[in-house]
Write a protein that binds this ligand. Sequence first.
Ligand SMILES: NC(=O)c1ccc[n+]([C@@H]2O[C@H](COP(=O)([O-])OP(=O)(O)OC[C@H]3O[C@@H](n4cnc5c(N)ncnc54)[C@H](OP(=O)(O)O)[C@@H]3O)[C@@H](O)[C@H]2O)c1
Length: 327
Amino acid sequence: MVKAIRIHELGGPEVMKWEDVEIGEPKDGEIKVKNKAIGLNFVDIYFRKGVYKNPTIPYTPGVEAVGVVTAVGPGLTGIKVGDLVAHAGTPTGAYAEEQIVPAEKLVPVPSSIDPVIAACVMVKGRTAQYLVRKCFKVEQGHTVLIHAAAGGVGSLLCQWANFLGATVIGTVSTKDKAAQAKADGCHHVILYKEEDFIARVDEITSGKGVEVVYDSVGKDTFEGSLACLKVRGCMVTFGESSGAPDPVPLSALAAKSLFLTRPSLRGYTCTRDELLQTASEVFDNVVSGVIRFRVNRTYPLSQAAQAHADLENRRTVGSVVLVPDSC
Ligand SMILES: NC(=O)c1ccc[n+]([C@@H]2O[C@H](COP(=O)([O-])OP(=O)(O)OC[C@H]3O[C@@H](n4cnc5c(N)ncnc54)[C@H](OP(=O)(O)O)[C@@H]3O)[C@@H](O)[C@H]2O)c1
């Protein structure tokens, strides 16, 4: 038996229970991992509330973690007990002291990287990677708008876009978050609860608008984001932390010949090679200092409900990691 967070019904953070679960032994193609650090993601909240459907209930939440291999399924080669690995994806199950994971989802973690940092690479790090390098390729001279710039993904987007030579405009809700966004390479920070971000972007860009908006906020920002784009600009709507955006008619894109995309990490990780390549690019950028994961707070895994409440209520800055109580 191992300790894990279990969800038996959809709802608020209080539905998360700290229980004993039986996980068994790895079968063909599987390995068992003793998790050392678990990345908290906004998607964990969507699943808990039923915004995204989890196929099974009860279930153990969590889509990314780092741990040590404790058992290897029959016939598997290239991986051994004691290896430090990162893993991500569905089915969920990372909010557990130990879990069984398909070997094809594992990537090795460089020994120089702290597991607490590596626990944010597979989802948040690789999301930032595909957004700035593949979905819309940020280049020198671009001006980009990044909402929730002090969030887990937002912090990385700011740093990476700055490194690629863009002028970075970030939106945040508080002065503390603004300070982090500035330190992460935002040339301009807008307090979007106090200021009209459309007017500020217009002013900053002298009426030209931005090449791309990375919008993870959704409902509260979607329409304004379209207004901030220049002609032939690209709207990347990759999350809905404030709720799903209201439907817009396609004709709303016509006046400025805009591009609109709703990407997912899964769509940018179609093959094992893509998984290894993207993870390795993120790890390399951590080692070389291009990006820094800001894990400002860790919580004991048993306190995951408190971590959820803080993330959901905009009280977190940077990335949040859960650490198994036994570590
Ligand atoms: N499509 C993909 O491939 C993909 C992959 C990973 C993550 N995502 C999405 O990226 C987003 C960021 O994920 P994350 O884990 O790094 O979370 P996060 O950005 O650290 O947390 C969400 C942030 O959104 C902002 N926000 C604005 N309105 C909000 C509201 N009504 N309620 C809660 N938060 C609000 C808050 O920042 P302020 O206080 O500064 O406003 C909050 O800190 C999420 O929407 C997630 O679903 C998408």
